[in-house]
Design a protein around this ligand. Structure first.
Ligand code: NAD
Length: 415
């Protein structure tokens, strides 16, 4: 089977590798030439895919910028970004552009699958008419389905193969073709009755996380007022073997999915005169968490008679989660921006993020920075940092991830 993957990012590249490893011939397409060149030179730019995994794939994986090369594929999977516009509404530009380019080369018998996260109705109402500009009819001449990507970058216990895959096609035949496709690489494929159900299922998964994270973030703020250790409370509640699922508080939500997806559903809901207050409240609480963290750093400095203005503040970890270099929507960026505005002498260390050009910063040497800092704020906990050494060397540590739990020290303040 020959598979085309459009968009070779966090979602598309691992998927391309999974299909190539299963024996399929994969053509990866991206508009970013540097990614195409890197892949053809067998250099990975995604943490979850080591370059050593690309070498054995030989000719089974090649990358291109030319849509014409997709004409020979049996199936084409779209993994392009679905961000928000400046006015926080769904921005389907990448989807429309890639769909239009695909329509130029679409041929009879092909299966097209959308994996990008989006609101219910996108596959049928937006992508289908674009692809039918080819002159072909969906469901008879070509097949069309939605199958959400459920990847969690940095996670190793569940993979593309072991995470059940949802599929929903615009016709039964499209659903069946999509089921057969993913059965090549996934242990379990779950069939849904429509693409809309599959689109909404993906949003539910992410909104579920957003709402629960908002709940524990709010609890962390309350515990701060009450003088109760939020981590102890969550550990205790999580000891219940049923009816409770653990979520940890933190500096706020980041990444491409959790801060973005609720807006996709809210947009769709508004079109139907429905205002999902619960979902929007969760977004509001999570968006406010970086400001709470800045206030926590201010109070920590105040305790040692120092103002933020002129203090040397080291931010430890700036990506949105541990073990990855993705800084999209990272709360660290908001915390850094606010502290810079307040006049802090700010530096950061993150071995996954060499520079933050938007803030005029580059990652500094950890040992040196620990010696110089007035306060160290742990915003993202990476696996390569020795936090015992951080606590031992830094005069003052504010920990927003609970990673220093278990370290007895007077100079640590936890969320
Ligand atoms: N990153 C995640 O953890 C994750 C998890 C599940 C779902 N998703 C969803 O998957 C989709 C892709 O996310 P991602 O994180 O892989 O994004 P990404 O930015 O890492 O990758 C997208 C790629 O698409 C390319 N692209 C953009 N326009 C194109 C076009 N017209 N033709 C060809 N290529 C084009 C970009 O150059 C980029 O390399 C989004 O809808 C996202 O919400 C992401």
């Amino acid at each position: 089977m020959q598979i085309g993957i459009i968009g070779l990012g966090y979602v598309g590249l691992p998927l391309a590798v999974a299909f190539a490893e299963s024996g399929c011939e994969v053509v990866g397409l991206d508009v970013d030439r540097s990614k195409v060149e890197a892949l053809n030179e067998r250099r990975s730019y995604i943490e979850d895919v080591p370059s050593s995994a690309l070498e054995p794939l030989g000719e089974r994986l090649r990358a291109t910028t030319s849509y014409e090369e997709l004409a020979a594929c049996d199936a084409v999977i779209l993994c392009v970004p679905t961000p928000l516009s400046d006015s926080r509404e769904p921005d389907l530009t990448y989807l429309v552009e890639s769909g239009e380019a695909l329509a130029q080369v679409l041929r009879s018998g092909q299966l097209v699958v959308l994996e990008s996260t989006t609101y219910p109705g996108t596959t049928r109402d937006r992508l289908l008419p674009i692809l039918e500009k080819s002159g072909l009819t969906a469901g008879s001449d070509f097949h069309l389905a939605f199958s959400p990507e459920r990847i969690d970058p940095g996670r190793t216990d569940y993979t593309v193969k072991t995470t059940p895959k949802l599929v929903g096609g615009v016709t039964e035949a499209s659903t069946e073709r999509a089921r057969e496709l993913y059965a090549e690489i996934c242990d379990t494929v779950i069939v849904l009755s429509t693409p809309e159900a599959a689109e909404l299922a993906k949003l539910l998964e992410n909104i579920f996380r957003s709402v629960n994270i908002a709940l524990v973030n709010e609890l962390a703020q309350l515990c701060d007022r009450l003088g109760i250790d939020v981590w102890e409370v969550i550990d205790a509640a999580a000891s219940k073997p049923f009816g409770f699922m653990r979520f940890d508080p933190g500096p706020g939500m980041g990444g491409h999915c959790l801060p973005v997806d609720p807006f996709y559903l809210a947009f769709k809901a508004r079109q139907h005169d429905f205002y999902p207050e619960f979902i929007e409240l969760a977004g509001k609480v999570n968006q406010a968490q970086p400001s709470f963290c800045v206030e926590r750093i201010e109070r920590a400095l105040n305790g040692v008679r120092k103002p933020v203005n002129g203090s040397r503040i080291l931010i430890l970890g700036v990506s949105y989660k541990g073990g990855v270099g993705d800084t999209r929507e990272s709360p660290a960026l908001k915390i850094i921006g606010r502290l810079q505005d307040l006049g802090a002498e700010l530096s950061y260390h993150d071995s996954f993020v060499p520079e933050l050009p938007g803030h005029g910063l580059a990652s500094v040497d950890l040992d040196e920075a620990l010696r110089d800092a007035d306060v160290v704020a742990i915003v993202t906990a990476h696996p390569d940092v020795d936090y015992e050494a951080v606590v031992a060397k830094a005069p003052l540590v504010v920990d927003f991830r609970g990673i220093t739990r278990g370290i007895e020290a007077e100079n640590v303040i936890r969320l």
